[in-house]
Design a protein around this ligand. Sequence first.
Ligand SMILES: [Zn+2]
Length: 74
Amino acid sequence: MSAETRSCQACWTEFTATTPTKIYCSDRCRKHAWEQRKHSDTAATVTEARPPAHSRPPPVPARIAANPSPSSLC
Ligand SMILES: [Zn+2]
């Protein structure tokens, strides 16, 4: 008899843990918690690794770049 009732670490719903290491009631909560943790981990590093906006010009559509006639724009 290894099952025990505990609270999910993501939604705090009581569930029956089938394994001692299980801390979430479902895969959905496990993934949700993992995504939250991943998001908070990358949020701090992404802003530093990101190049400044002005260093990257916006992409020009090939159709306008190849045929720069004013009539096609209006
Ligand atoms: Zn849950």
